[in-house]
Design a protein around this ligand. Structure first.
Ligand code: ARG
Length: 461
């Protein structure tokens, strides 16, 4: 059962075995482990280290093991130390002497480094697909809400009017960057550690280029010690996942605020809300809150691995086994959150009237009113003062700027004419802002065209 019993005279203490074992969690990458072994023996045979017959026996049995684990007929049990020992032991049990040759020119150190890279590559691809799906849903929302006016906030105070399309567009950019971050990580990590051995390569004439190619890597890693000690890509991934979670969390926070009784900008779908056990009227945004909450867990994984790695001497140390559970958890958590978030925003109802009303009643057009004066010859600093007075007047009389009479405007400055109303209407405020990145309709239509191309190129539309 053990791969290393030879030099020992005693059985391992049971508690030590339990403490040391990783099979409870590294069984998650049994597919990757078998894929790596198949590439390894293919190369060993090509190099004349194994015969073609031995290769075929091993590969056939590895494939059986894989499908039996998949369909549940072969159970992974805790008496093995890790998934590598498990697969190799079963192989030897079934093929005898031939199976014993699988591990020629390989160490579990390069094996686990490979498995983890293969696993993470697959997960990056999956996360990317989920982000793409989210981007498609955000794009649909944007397309539908080019004229849905709402207040833009700074300090969570109403600032200037914009549209829901523009607000959602900000997140579109963030998740787009998240995708490109994942792509960068994939590219940088895509070198194959197999063949690095325990730390110093091997004396067998391994063709590392070949295994790298067979496993879809850009090439082999170039230093055998680095190959088995590098966990940078995990740190990068957890940092990228933390950033994704941070974006989801900020958006969730806004959704929670928008969904409050006070705002009522949106209403979450019943299928994405939960109730209270005591208060019958309640409909709570638990999903958004949980996404916000789970962000801490993913940040925790990043801190944990950074701390684990910080003083490790080269090359492999068992500390590094700690990279797995937290990475798996962070990946699963992030994937779950992206998926849930996508469904939540796809099904939420937007209350256009409440949004517009809120924008109208927060003096969000005050800057535009000042600009109106500037266009009519008043220096900006004076214009700022005049509008400030009108805002104060409006607050005292419970009136929005658009609701003031012309007499009221003119009582503060004679520069105001009847065209002030048009100049400060919500439509004007938003749609005259058409510089690149601004919320005006013209600018936004161009943005939507770009997004459409982006999604089409990625095969999402
Ligand atoms: N389970 C181990 C890990 O995850 C595999 C590598 C074991 N190597 C060793 N030298 N003990 O890191």
């Amino acid at each position: 059962m053990k791969l290393w019993g030879g030099r020992f005279t005693k059985e391992t203490n049971q508690l030590v075995h339990n403490f040391n074992a990783s099979i409870g969690f590294d069984q998650k990458f049994f597919r990757q482990d078998i894929e790596g072994s198949i590439a390894h023996v293919t190369m060993l045979a090509a190099q004349g280290i194994l015969t073609d017959d031995e290769r075929d026996v091993i590969i056939t049995e590895l494939k059986h093991i894989r499908s039996e684990i998949e369909d549940g007929t072969l159970e992974i049990t805790p008496e093995y130390e890790d998934i590598h020992s498990f697969v190799e032991s079963i192989l030897i049990e079934r093929t005898g002497e031939t199976g014993k040759k699988l591990h020629t020119g390989r160490s579990r150190n390069d094996q686990v480094a490979l498995d983890m890279k293969l696993y993470i590559r697959d997960e990056i691809t999956e996360c990317d697909g989920l982000l793409l799906d989210l981007l498609r849903v955000l794009y649909k929302i944007m397309e539908k809400h080019l004229d849905t006016y709402m207040p833009g906030f700074t300090h969570l105070q109403k600032a200037q009017p914009l549209t829901l399309a523009h607000h959602v567009g900000a997140y579109f950019e963030m998740f787009k960057r998240d995708r490109s971050r994942l792509a960068d990580i994939y590219k940088r990590m895509n070198t194959c550690p197999l063949g690095a051995g325990a730390l110093a390569g091997t004396t067998y004439p391994l063709d590392r280029e070949m295994t790298a190619r067979l496993l879809g890597f850009d090439g082999p890693t170039l230093n055998s010690m680095d190959s088995v000690s590098d966990r940078d890509y995990i740190i990068e991934l957890l940092s990228a996942l933390s950033t994704i979670m941070m974006h989801l969390s900020r958006f969730s926070e806004e959704i929670i605020i928008w969904n409050t009784n006070e705002y009522q900008f949106i209403e979450l779908d019943d299928a994405y809300s939960t109730g209270s056990s005591i208060m019958p009227q309640k409909k709570n945004p638990d999903i958004a809150e949980l996404i916000r909450g789970k962000t801490g867990r993913v940040y925790g994984a990043l801190m944990s691995i950074l701390t684990t790695m910080k003083a490790l001497p080269l090359a492999y140390n068992k500390d590094m086994q700690e990279d797995k559970e937290l990475t798996f958890d962070a990946i699963d958590t992030t994937k779950g959150c992206i998926r849930l978030f996508t469904g939540m925003v796809e099904t939420m109802k937007v209350n256009k009237e409440a949004m517009k009303n809120s924008a109208k009643h927060g003096f969000t057009n005050a800057t535009d009113a000042a600009d109106y004066l500037v266009k009519n010859g008043v220096p900006f600093r004076d214009a700022h003062g005049i509008i400030g007075q009108l805002v104060l007047y409006g607050i005292e009389h419970h009136k929005a700027l658009d609701d003031l009479t012309l007499e009221e405007f003119q009582a503060v400055s004679p520069v105001f004419k009847a065209d002030i109303y048009d100049a400060i209407s919500m439509e004007t405020c938003v749609n005259t802002r058409n510089t690149i990145g601004a919320p005006g309709r013209e600018a936004m239509e161009k943005v939507l065209e770009n997004h459409q191309d982006y999604l089409k190129n990625a095969g999402a539309l």
